[in-house]
Design a protein around this ligand. Structure first.
Ligand code: OFO
Length: 171
């Protein structure tokens, strides 16, 4: 059974994961209308992943005697100066999510809720991966600079990254 404190903080995280999904959906739209299909595909996949993260929390809260709260959401930013700025925002956002997950881990220990603590370990590992991926992408973007040919190749390569990470998920 979840304590009221844990139920509240998990519900706050449900909102954060939902907003993450919306943020990446808005990024997918921005890239798609700019003709950057690879980047758009990557962002659509990220958006789906965040929805899965949200649903995992929802199921956990409901299964442990709480009630998952589905709230309204803040509207995401829909415009970016450049695709570089967009990926910088993605990294910033993932760092924010990692801090939020770490905070949940702290609270679960304070509350001596070891089941929730154990459940959160999946998110701790996921955040390490997501931050690392965002940093790798930004390194590549910095190498490309303003080179249009480089952007074309990057857009094609990121499509491969989306396909291979989707197939790893299915393993
Ligand atoms: Fe990108 O993070 Fe969810 O958890």
């Amino acid at each position: 059974m979840l304590s009221k404190t844990i139920e509240k903080v998990l519900n706050d995280q449900i909102r954060i994961e939902s907003e993450s999904s919306q943020i990446y959906l808005a990024m997918a739209c921005w890239a798609e209308v700019k003709g950057l299909e690879g980047i758009a595909g990557f962002m659509y996949a990220q958006s789906d992943e965040e929805r899965d993260h949200m649903l995992k929390f929802v199921k956990f809260v409901n299964e442990r005697g709480g009630h998952a709260h589905i709230s309204d959401l803040n509207e995401p930013n829909v415009k970016f100066k450049s695709f570089k700025e967009m990926f910088e925002k993605l990294l910033e956002h993932e760092i924010f999510v990692s801090e939020s997950i770490n905070n949940l881990v702290d609270i679960s220990l304070q509350e001596k809720d070891y089941a929730t603590h154990n459940f959160l370990q999946w998110y701790v590992a996921e955040q390490i991966e997501e931050e690392a991926m965002a940093r790798t992408i930004l390194d590549k973007i910095n190498l490309i600079g303003d080179d249009k040919g480089g952007l074309y190749l990057f857009d094609r390569d990121i499509q491969q990254l989306t396909i291979s990470s989707a197939s790893n998920d299915n393993v």
